[in-house]
Structure formats: structure tokens, C-alpha cells
Design a protein around this ligand. Structure first.
Ligand code: 2AM
Length: 189
């Protein structure tokens, strides 16, 4: 089965990304990612035998041990690939180093268990469109929102239908390590 590890996005970020996507619909042609599918990929494993799924779960569990939740802010739009068939995404302006640290730990834990992944350098982004034609029109200003990432998930990607479907197989919650920060301290946003 086709697997990847991603951070889930809190509701406020999902809504902001949905608003950016709606603005893009007016100006850019291409295939839009369904708003309920937005996620931040940390590692893409590709095809993995069903017998290795428990190892992938253990790798995610281990990588997230002691990792606190990550405060992030959505940032500018960016693209990968050719201008006529680009992958169009929204990036982040806050939390990039922490996300990169988490992605590095997830990849290391996978490698420790002999699970391979796409080793392309981690560039934190949420894909909004594929095969986007960026040759015409100005892009809108993206909607920016802040939030906290606290769930890392092993997903199965099913490409057999009319659009990709991402099925969560295993969730791990990021927690502030005990004794971290002054007494009574907690993130509110
Ligand atoms: P993308 O959105 O930038 O295409 C499921 O396919 C998720 O894994 C997507 O978020 C996709 O990123 C990511 N991914 C990373 N490397 C990939 C690869 N080599 N092939 C397919 N998806 C990949």
C-alpha cells in the first residue's frame, strides 16, 4: 500500500487554506486538492508491504516521542515544477525549523527500521493545486492564519478513484514534555 507520514492541520488552518484555494479557483486552471485533504507531508514512503505497516507506526511513534506541538503561521504561495503544469502550494512563515526537525526525526526512524522514503529535501508546504497553469493571471494574496500542529499521522493514499483519498491509519499526538516551561504555562493559540 502507498503510505506517507503527515502532520494534520487544525481547523483554522484548514479553513484559511480553503479560502486561499477558493481565491485561486477564480484565476488559475488546474486540478484542485479537495479542501478536506490538506496536510503537511513529512515523509513519503510510497509502496510498502502490508506486513511493514506496524513498523511504520512504530517509527512515527518513536519520532514523535518528546516532540512538543509546533506553532505555525501560513505564509506565501509557491510552486514546484513547470509553469504550465505546476504544483501550487502555500508555505509557512513560522515553525519551519521545528517542522524540519520533526520531518528529519520521522525520516531517521523510518530508516532505522529499513523503511525507505523519498529523500527529496524537506520543504514544508500544503499542496492546493496540481497541474496548475501559472502562465496567465496574477495570483491572489493567500489567506494567512496561525495554529498549532499537534497530530502526526501515518496515511494510506488510495489513487484508485476519481481523486486521491487519504485514509488515516495511525495518529500520534505531540505533547509538551513534562517539566518544560514555567508552571501553569500553556500555548493558547
Ligand atoms: P505534494 O503534495 O507536494 O505532491 C501524498 O502523495 C503526499 O505525499 C502529497 O502531499 C505529496 O506531496 C507527498 N509526496 C512527497 N513525495 C512524493 C512522491 N515522490 N510521490 C508522490 N507524493 C509525494
Amino acid at each position: 500500500m502507498r503510505l506517507f507520514v503527515a502532520a494534520r492541520l487544525p481547523q483554522a488552518l484548514m479553513e484559511a487554506l480553503g479560502e486561499t484555494s477558493a481565491l485561486l479557483r477564480d484565476t488559475v486552471r488546474g486540478r484542485y486538492v479537495a479542501p478536506d485533504s490538506f496536510h503537511l507531508t513529512l515523509a513519503f514512503l510510497g509502496d510498502v508491504s502490508g506486513t511493514r505497516v506496524s513498523d511504520a507506526c512504530a517509527a512515527v511513534e518513536e519520532a514523535c516521542e518528546g516532540q512538543p506541538p509546533i506553532r505555525v503561521t501560513l505564509g506565501p504561495l509557491g510552486s514546484f515544477g513547470r509553469r504550465r503544469r505546476a504544483t501550487l502550494w502555500q508555505g509557512f512563515s513560522q515553525g519551519v525549523d521545528e517542522m524540519a526537525g520533526l520531518a528529519g526525526d520521522v525520516r531517521e526512524s523510518l530508516a532505522d527500521r529499513g523503511l525507505s522514503y523519498d529523500a527529496t529535501a524537506f520543504a514544508p508546504h500544503v499542496t492546493l493545486m496540481r497541474a496548475a497553469d501559472l502562465t496567465a493571471g496574477l495570483l491572489p494574496m493567500p489567506v494567512v492564519e496561525r495554529g498549532v500542529l499537534d497530530t502526526v499521522t501515518l496515511f494510506r493514499s488510495d489513487l484508485s478513484g476519481d481523486r486521491p483519498r487519504y485514509e488515516p491509519l495511525y495518529d500520534v499526538t505531540l505533547r509538551q514534555p513534562e517539566g518544560d516551561g514555567p508552571e501553569g504555562f500553556s500555548f493558547l493559540v
